[in-house]
Structures are given as C-alpha cells and as structure tokens.
Design a binder for this molecule. Structure first.
Ligand code: ZN
Length: 151
C-alpha cells in the first residue's frame, strides 16, 4: 500500500504536470512578480478581487517542480476566499513550512507540500507563490484604503 509520502508525491507531480490557474486574467485587480534567486524560480501572479473576495487567480512563471506545483495548489484553493481568509491561508501555509502541524482541510492539496519543511533549501521554492499572494493582498488593501469608498 502506498504511504502518505507517496500520495503527496503523486499530488505534487499532478499539480506540476497539470497546473491549475496557469495563464492570465482579462482584467486583474492586482499583479505581482516574485523571484527566488536561490533556485531561479520566477512567478507572475494576477488576482481578480471583487467585493472583498478573491474571484480568480492566475499565474505564469518558470522554476522547479516544487515552486510550480505550489502555485497550482494555491491557485486551485484561493478563489472564493475573502481577503481575510486568503491572508489566513497564506499564514497557515507559512506555519506549515516552518514545521508546524496544520489541519489538513485548511490548505487543500497544498498540504502535500508539508514534507518540504524538512528541506530548508526548498522552502523558498514552495513559499514563492504564497509570498506573492501576501504582497498582492497587501497592495489591494492599501489601494482600497487610498481610494476610499471608490467615489
Ligand atoms: Zn525552486
């Protein structure tokens, strides 16, 4: 019987090969770029945020299987989250990368990356898209504040 680690490997490979959310959005609310010079991973992420909710996420980039699979897992789970829930999800993923125990249901397929916490050189690969998301959410919030109520 395959163990949990094998199952997680399969999930990572599946997301790497069939990336969810890869591409561009028509009219993104926020766009961010991040890179991880340690590995050479680069990512461009686009977010559509409407009524305080993440409506859609798209990403393009190049890099190792961990960074690309992680972006796919993130993009699959984020749409439908409120901005606060999205911040929370990013925070929990960070905690998982620092070796903390996380409730499976909170992160969807991204839970499969928990083993990466054991490989410090790869943690930045896994975190890249999540760091980009955090930056995008902060940009969205500060834009929303400076635009007041939009009038
Ligand atoms: Zn990498």
């Amino acid at each position: 019987m395959p163990g949990l680690e094998d199952l997680y490997q399969e999930l990572i490979l599946d997301h790497y090969r069939n990336r969810r959310g890869e591409g561009h959005l028509d009219d993104p609310t926020v766009e961010v770029d991040q890179n991880n010079p340690l590995c050479g991973d680069v990512i461009h992420m686009e977010f559509k945020i409407e009524d305080g909710k993440v409506a859609d996420v798209a990403h393009t980039g190049e890099g190792c299987s961990i960074s690309r699979a992680s972006a796919s897992m993130l993009a699959e789970g984020l749409p439908g989250c409120t901005v606060e829930e999205a911040f929370d999800r990013v925070e929990r993923f960070r905690q998982m990368m620092h070796g903390e125990e996380i409730d499976d249901e909170d992160l969807g397929d991204a839970i499969a990356l928990q083993g990466v916490a054991k490989f410090p050189a790869r943690i930045k690969c896994a975190l890249l898209s999540w760091t980009a998301t955090n930056e995008a959410l902060l940009t969205y919030q500060s834009d929303a504040r400076s635009n007041g109520d939009g009038h």
